[in-house]
Design a protein around this ligand. Structure first.
Ligand code: NAD
Length: 294
């Protein structure tokens, strides 16, 4: 099977390498030439959007947000212009589920099937090939392409029709954001009350408060390590999509709105490219505790 992958950022690059390790014939493209060169050095080919659309059985994207996916697929010279049945498109980016449905509807006019298949797990799991995929689309298409996603992930779950993958991802991002805020708030309280945050982490990580978020992000907060990981600006994008989706379906999201305001404040204080665990900086700025590590 010939696969095209567009988008070789923090996530797309290691995912491309795992597709190569699994033996797939891979063609890649990105605006960043250095990222393309690195994946080509591992055995991939590179080509224009037109060639990818004309020649690949399966087209994958791993791009920042809805406008990027829409423009790469449906824009002038977009990949979709060159695709026809039985080619298939799988978008692995985290985008607004409304946009997923719009793109799928355009592709359906050409008989091209689409799955939305965003992931959770972040860069370490993208490198290990142990991402969790949340997928929306037709079961027959899912069954056919599941092995491709399994080359990059440890869990691949069909959640419903097109858009269900990204709706599930929004749920995931709400839970992660609220967890990160609670963790930063609790670590700041410990520090201000004179208890070592490292000892708090060690004491509680095995109990009910423990979580994957805590295990991954508490050490970063304690060390003052803000290297992304998952950037605050990308989390702002996801929470904007969550608020947008919640407003349109009439679901209350007060906690999401609050974390979003904190992330936005951090963006306005030049922290948008930091890891989202840098939410601790908001509490540091409010309390005056030291700014390099807890
Ligand atoms: P990133 O910003 O590191 O990478 C995006 C890549 O897309 C860049 O290499 C950029 O050059 C490329 N790009 C942008 N526009 C393009 C275009 N028009 N044509 C070709 N290439 C283009 O982002 P990332 O962290 O890899 O995230 C990608 C997606 O995965 C996002 O939707 C994000 O929310 C989601 N995600 C990220 C993580 C994480 O921890 N980083 C975890 C889960 C999901």
């Amino acid at each position: 099977m010939k696969i095209g992958l567009i988008g070789l950022g923090i996530m797309g690059k290691p995912m491309a390498k795992n597709l190569l390790k699994a033996g797939y014939d891979l063609t890649v493209s990105d605006l960043n030439k250095a990222a393309v060169d690195e994946v080509v050095a591992c055995g991939a080919k590179t080509a224009s959007n037109k060639e990818i659309g004309e020649t690949c059985d399966l087209v994958l994207t791993m791009l920042p947000n809805s406008p990027h996916v829409k423009s790469v697929m449906l824009g002038e010279n977009g990949v979709a212009n060159y695709m026809k049945a039985p080619q298939v498109f799988i978008d692995m980016s985290s985008i607004n589920p409304v946009a997923s449905k719009e793109i799928a509807a355009e592709l359906a006019k050409k008989g091209v099937e689409m799955l939305d298949a965003p992931v959770s797990g972040g860069e370490p799991k993208a490198i290990d090939g142990t991402l969790s995929f949340m997928v929306g689309g037709k079961k027959a298409v899912f069954d056919q392409y599941k092995p491709v996603l399994e080359a990059m992930g440890a869990s691949v779950v069909l959640c419903g029709d097109v858009g269900a993958g990204n709706t599930t991802k929004l749920a995931n991002q709400i839970i992660v954001a609220c967890n990160i805020q609670a963790l930063a708030e609790a670590m700041t309280l410990a520090k201000k009350a004179g208890v070592d945050p490292q000892l708090v982490f060690e004491a509680i990580k095995g109990g009910l408060a423990g979580s994957t978020v805590m295990n991954a992000k508490a050490p970063m907060m304690i060390e003052g390590n803000d290297k992304p990981g998952f950037k605050i600006d990308l989390h702002i994008k996801d929470l904007n999509n969550a608020l947008d989706c919640a407003h349109s379906v009439g679901s209350p999201v007060p906690m999401t709105a609050q974390v979003q305001e904190i992330f936005q404040w951090l963006h306005n204080h030049d922290c948008g490219q930091d890891d989202h665990s840098s939410i601790i900086k908001y509490y540091k700025m409010l309390t005056g505790i030291e700014t390099t590590g807890l």
